[in-house]
Design a protein around this ligand. Structure first.
Ligand code: NAD
Length: 351
């Protein structure tokens, strides 16, 4: 492990490595902060090439959860976990239950939920070993798929972007490019086309793309074309690190506002976007709808409460944009500032 990664890990409240050879588990749980409440974040299952890669990823993801939860006004902290395994091949009941025992051993400091490579059915299995689980199936006390709420939040954030750059929040008549027609991209396309936007989408999965075309009459382009498609707002809803020194000069949009986690390849890319005159809506503010829904399970899930809270994402984003302008910083820096401020204020009030 490089000294950089170790230095980063040292700023975390707790980083736990767990191994159970019999069950085939190699896992890392990273608890970045519990200042606002128990840390909550998904379990990512991926065949990382090395433990170093897995550790780097889990640290980055766990820290982002702290800022996401704090910005969304939630009383939970930031954490995340990874299991180094191929979800298609290695995911067994024994593995999931062994991981559940790791979560149980943390005594509620970390609550596990779904992420890339895991779903509600996996949370149901983990729940046989520990109660510190969110995002299980509805029959098992969970709130089900959070994607519609994530999409609702992205749409609210998009209205805030349109208001800021075009002085009119309505998506009607605006051209929106969505990268990814998966769970969030699909629901987002539905909301935007119902409001009269002209939506263009790309996805290498042609079945997903065809569903959006048939349900919402969106137009399509190839994955290679979507980033440089001329549009008012580009919504990355597929992969991380899509905004970098190569792609930013090719963008033809007024604003970037989408659901994908970690859209900026490096913090420097936030400045590149600002220099190109493109408004960047920080991903962890925009995509908090799913976390808002999952975290609501801790209070007995209420759809109305979740929807009201998700609607607040637009207001939060406008506050962040204004803070960035006033302090001459990037929107990303202003967003982390905004989250840190809430944590500082509430920690000062703590007994
Ligand atoms: P998903 O897996 O359902 O959909 C992603 C889609 O992107 C897939 O259809 C895939 O084929 C497509 N894709 C892959 N490479 C692409 C490319 N080069 N160009 C265009 N499309 C491509 O995932 P999702 O749940 O819709 O999540 C989308 C993003 O939002 C992910 O980054 C995820 O981490 C993030 N996110 C999701 C939620 C949620 O509630 N689902 C919450 C917060 C953040």
């Amino acid at each position: 492990v490089t000294s950089d990664v170790l230095r980063r890990a040292a700023s975390f409240e707790r980083v736990v490595f767990a191994q159970d050879e019999a069950a085939g588990v190699r896992a890392i749980v990273a608890i970045h902060s519990t200042r606002l409440g128990p840390s909550l974040g998904g379990l990512r299952m991926q065949p990382y090439p090395s433990e170093d890669d897995a550790l780097t990823d889990v640290l980055r993801l766990a820290e982002a959860m702290t800022w996401k939860a704090a910005s969304a006004g939630l009383d939970v902290g930031g954490g995340k976990s990874v299991v180094i395994a191929d979800p298609q091949r290695d995911k067994t009941e024994a593995l999931l239950r062994a991981f559940g025992r790791v979560v149980e051993s943390l005594g509620g400091r970390y609550i596990v939920s779904v992420d890339v490579g895991t779903g509600s059915a996996d949370m149901d299995v983990i729940k046989t070993e520990t109660g510190w689980v969110a995002g299980a199936s509805p029959w098992n006390g969970g709130s089900g798929d959070p994607s519609p709420f994530t999409a609702q939040g992205v749409a609210q954030a998009m209205r805030a972007c349109l208001h800021h750059v075009l002085r009119n929040p309505s998506p009607k008549g605006r051209r929106i490019a969505i990268q990814g027609a998966g769970k969030v991209g699909y629901h987002l396309a539905g909301i935007l086309t119902r409001e009269g936007a002209e939506v263009v989408m790309a996805d290498p999965n042609l079945d997903s793309l065809a569903r959006a075309v048939s349900d919402f009459s969106v137009s399509t382009c190839t994955p290679a074309e979507i980033l440089s498609t001329s549009c008012d707002v580009l919504a990355p809803c597929a992969l991380g690190s899509v905004l970098d020194a190569q792609t930013i000069p090719r963008l033809a949009c007024r604003a970037v506002c989408g659901a994908a986690n970690n859209q900026l390849a490096t913090p420097r890319d936030a400045s590149r976007l600002a220099e190109a005159g493109i408004l960047y809506a920080p991903d962890f503010i925009v995509n908090a709808g799913g976390l808002i829904s999952v975290a609501d399970e801790l209070h007995g899930w209420s759809e109305q409460r979740v929807r009201t809270r998700v609607d607040g994402i637009g207001r939060t984003l406008l506050d962040v944009i204004h803070r960035a302008i006033e302090t001459d910083r990037t929107t990303n820096e202003a967003a982390v500032d905004h989250a840190r401020e809430r944590i500082r204020t509430l920690s000062a009030l703590a007994p």
